[in-house]
Design a protein around this ligand. Structure first.
Ligand SMILES: C[S@@+](CC[C@H](N)C(=O)[O-])C[C@H]1O[C@@H](n2cnc3c(N)ncnc32)[C@H](O)[C@@H]1O
Length: 225
């Protein structure tokens, strides 16, 4: 996001994690990135990776900045974990300057789960697991509505469908943990657990697509008046 328009401008990454995007923002646009995250562990990694960026601990619902100080604000895979995503978007809309852009990048994990092979979806356990694991499993499908709801305009969006192999799907959806949970808590038959695990084991060695994760990228502008 940004190109030369953001050169030397302050920009904010909410839920910056280990700081990968801070580094890219600085390098590609010459911007002055600031990162906030709740986790001290993530921030320690971000400091090590993006030493020349400013990073600090903060909650997305209470950003420690005055109104309208950033040229652009982004959040990636942040709302997925938020029980009140509107509170985070309201803060992002507050701290971006008039004319500046807010960008949200969020997956739809429920839709991703539905694209897994039938063996995994037939019992309904995977959908139940995804709903239990993420505060907003469909955050991706909500981003356009959220940006509009907090007064932002000129909303643009696109969906990238990322094809994952079995290993990546297991990392993203925690399929092995789901199988164990379905067996212990939902009384799924042991045979089902065995079939999931042996299927995953076999697929691990290959790189064939296993499921598709829809990633919604949406951006919008704070009005100038
Ligand atoms: C899935 S990681 C994504 C990190 C990074 N945005 C990326 O795309 O690589 C989510 C990050 O959001 C942080 N986070 C979760 N809830 C938060 C909140 N309410 N305020 C600030 N950070 C939060 C987590 O600590 C974690 O580092």
């Amino acid at each position: 996001m940004g190109g030369k328009a953001l050169a030397r401008e302050p920009v904010l990454d909410v839920g910056c994690g280990t700081g990968t995007d801070l580094v890219l923002w600085g390098r590609q646009c010459g911007a002055r990135p600031v990162g906030v995250d709740l986790s001290h562990q993530m921030l320690a990694e971000a400091r090590a990776r993006a030493g020349d960026c400013s990073v600090m601990q903060a909650h997305s619902h209470h950003l420690p900045f005055s109104d309208g100080v950033f040229a652009a604000v982004r959040g990636e895979r942040l709302l997925l974990h938020d029980t009140d995503p509107g509170a985070a978007v309201a803060e992002m809309a507050r701290v971006v300057r008039p004319g500046g852009r807010v960008v949200l990048v969020e997956p739809d994990m429920e839709e991703a789960a539905a694209t897994c092979p039938t063996l995994y979806t037939e019992s309904g356990s995977l959908t139940a697991w995804v709903r239990r694991s993420f505060a907003q499993p469909r955050s991706g499908s909500a981003v356009r509505r959220l940006l509009r709801a907090y007064g932002l305009v000129s909303v643009q969006s696109e969906v990238h469908r990322e094809r994952c192999d079995a290993e990546t799907a297991d990392t993203v959806l925690q399929l092995r943990a789901c199988a164990a949970w379905a067996h212990e808590s939902r009384g799924a038959p042991p045979g089902q657990l065995r079939r999931w695990l042996s299927d995953l084991h076999e697929r691990d060695s290959g790189s064939a697509p296993f499921c598709t994760v829809p990633i919604h990228v949406a951006s919008a502008t704070r009005p100038t008046s």
